[in-house]
Write a protein that binds this ligand. Structure first.
Ligand code: G3P
Ligand code: CA
Length: 307
């Protein structure tokens, strides 16, 4: 179950915000733990095993990166392609596209029935053999009532160019599950690196918070994290989700974002990639309690430093 200290309160509503955007995350009700691709340090990312473990490890939200099958079904997977996390090369050796001379297997070239034939667990550890790519619906069914959902519209422009409308599919899925607005036991936050995707969701009047992800690898990061950029982001998002390096590099970022009503949710904290010899628990504590971020994405939910 969600823990009461994590119920999201609308305290940031007292902050003057330029538009009518739900602003419901807050540090005053406790810091928020988002299981990144599930408990993905311990189980294969974006499998039901990883989501189940995230819930056992008391995640407040379980993240779903979204892709779309050939027959238009939302599935949970980080990559646009299948070869890193499944055995697609063995099951469908002749179904690759060739990009710059390299074979690649695009999610959207396979129907859901075909995707379900793939093993999404063995690449991680043999004991996870047989784990399948979950649909978003399967993720909802597993998580709802136990934690929040945190879907990301992944590469929505790419899917748009292939004739799909990811925002429409996500909105329909949430509506079908009566999660618009979200229910008390299953809060929903939608995230994206794409301002266009978030603007589209905002224009559709979705009554869930939107979080704008900012990559440290993107040349526009500096622009978005300037005062003017944050003000612009606040017209279509309730919070920002910067790469953690962007937070540690700018001591003013959290304060400046909070001052205009934006929450701050950095990514990604993992035992396999900490700074300055810190444990992942120490690193998360530094960001939550020294830098003052509201929430964070981690592969290691069991290491989340609760106070
Ligand atoms: O969504 C937050 C974080 O997951 C962004 O990075 O590439 O893991 O989706 P990525
Ligand atoms: Ca993500």
């Amino acid at each position: 179950m969600m823990h009461s200290r994590h119920i999201l309160l609308p305290v940031l509503a007292s902050v003057t915000v330029a538009m009518n955007v739900p602003t419901v995350m807050t540090q005053t009700s406790g810091k928020i733990l988002i299981a990144h691709r599930g408990a993905s340090a311990y189980a294969p990312e974006h499998t039901l095993a990883a989501y189940r473990l995230a819930i056992e490890q008391r995640a407040d939200y379980v993240e779903q990166d979204l892709q779309i099958s050939k027959d238009g079904v939302l599935v949970c997977m980080h990559d646009l392609t299948l070869e890193r996390t499944t055995n697609v090369k063995d099951v469908f050796p002749d179904r690759a596209s060739v990009v710059n001379g390299v074979k690649t297997w695009r999610v959207s070239d396979f129907t859901l029935a075909e995707l379900k034939r793939l093993d999404a667990g063995s690449w991680f550890k043999p004991e996870f053999k047989g784990e399948r790519i979950p649909t978003f619906q399967e993720a909802v069914d597993l998580v709802r009532g136990k934690a929040g959902l945190y879907p990301e519209t992944k590469e929505p422009e790419v899917y748009g160019s292939r004739g799909f409308d990811m925002e429409k599919l996500l909105t329909a899925a949430l509506e079908k599950n009566r999660l618009l607005p979200a229910d008390a036991k299953t809060p929903v936050i939608i995230q994206s690196f794409s301002p266009a995707s978030l603007k589209k969701l905002r224009a559709a009047g979705l009554k869930v918070p939107l979080v704008f992800l900012v990559s440290d690898l993107d040349a526009t990061a500096g622009k978005w994290l300037s005062d003017a950029g944050l003000r612009e982001a606040s017209t279509f998002a309730a919070g920002i989700g910067p790469a953690k390096a962007l937070v540690s590099a700018d001591a003013t970022l959290v304060t400046r974002a909070h001052a205009i009503g934006l929450t701050v949710t950095p990514y990604t904290f993992r035992a396999a990639g900490t700074r300055e010899g810190k444990t992942v628990k120490e690193e998360m504590a530094e960001f939550l309690y020294r830098f003052g971020v509201d929430a964070l994405f981690t592969d290691n939910p069991d290491q989340f430093p609760r106070r």
